[in-house]
Design a binder for this molecule. Structure first.
Ligand code: ADP
Ligand code: MG
Length: 238
């Protein structure tokens, strides 16, 4: 686990400024959300943190160490994508094992780690199934397991519940939070769902049009919104 500091980060695509001077400070073990409408730059910010995109300017610091020149595999911030991106031709076990194979972890250690994670996400009895033989919630647990088996310092979740129906969504929110607390892993979740952000997070960063409007506790966002835009999001009218 690790603290995360994002300092004056900017990113443009084709001369369009998608992220404007983003500054966020996340404590070790904290669960924060980036809340904002589609297109405001949330996924771009996660990809910059994970090292899947290069920053234009600004800095990203994990535990007091700048990581912008550290390759994504060495950074230890892992994204679980919204559509899971599981390998369809591999079993649950093989999907989870894959990242460890890439890292040249020995077979014995791989097997120990995969079994541990299968227990954690309660998928032991499904380990020989293929993704198409699993429910949406189970597929999501495989995606989580695949990230967690690599022992990330920071877990990045990109709209993790958007493909699940409403009942399953509540169950999975609790499930993800219980694992996050158990491992005490610093987590940044992207969502456009206000309830989700408010109920799951220690703090919420409200993002609009490439900017963080307010980064605060759920209580303060309700009681002391710092602008009309934020008040509109959390006020009675919405
Ligand atoms: P969000 O996740 O909040 O919906 P994104 O970070 O995916 O938003 O995208 C923010 C903006 O940046 C959008 O206008 C999107 O079209 C644009 N964008 C994202 N990735 C790229 C890219 N690789 N090339 C060009 N434009 C991009
Ligand atoms: Mg997105």
């Amino acid at each position: 686990m690790s603290s995360v500091k994002i300092i004056n980060l900017t990113k443009s695509f084709n001369n369009t400024n998608v992220l404007k001077n983003i500054t966020i400070d996340v404590e070790e073990g904290e669960f924060i959300s980036l809340l904002g409408p589609s297109g405001c730059g949330k996924s771009t910010l996660l990809k910059l943190i994970a090292g899947l995109l290069e920053v234009d300017s600004g800095d990203i610091v994990f535990n007091n160490e700048s990581v912008i020149n550290i390759l994504t595999e060495k950074r230890g911030a892992i994204i679980v994508f919204q559509d899971y991106l599981l390998f369809p031709h591999m079993t649950v076990y093989e999907n989870i094992e894959f990242g460890l194979k890439m890292k040249k972890v020995t077979k014995d250690i791989r097997s120990k780690k995969v079994e541990e994670i299968l227990n954690l996400v309660k998928l032991k009895e499904h380990k020989n199934r293929y993704p198409s033989q699993l429910s949406g919630g189970q597929q999501q647990r495989v995606a989580m397991a695949r990230a967690l088996v690599l022992n990330p310092r920071i877990l990045l979740l990109d709209e993790p519940f958007s493909n699940l129906d409403i009942n399953l969504r509540n169950e999975m929110r609790e499930f993800v939070l219980s694992i996050q607390k158990r491992l005490n892993i610093t987590t940044i979740m992207v969502t456009h769902n206000k309830e989700e952000a408010l109920t799951m997070s220690n703090r919420v960063a409200v993002m609009l049009d490439g900017e963080i409007k307010q980064f605060d506790t759920p209580k303060n966002l309700y009681e002391n919104p710092n602008s009309i835009e934020v008040a509109n999001i959390f006020g009675e009218r919405n």
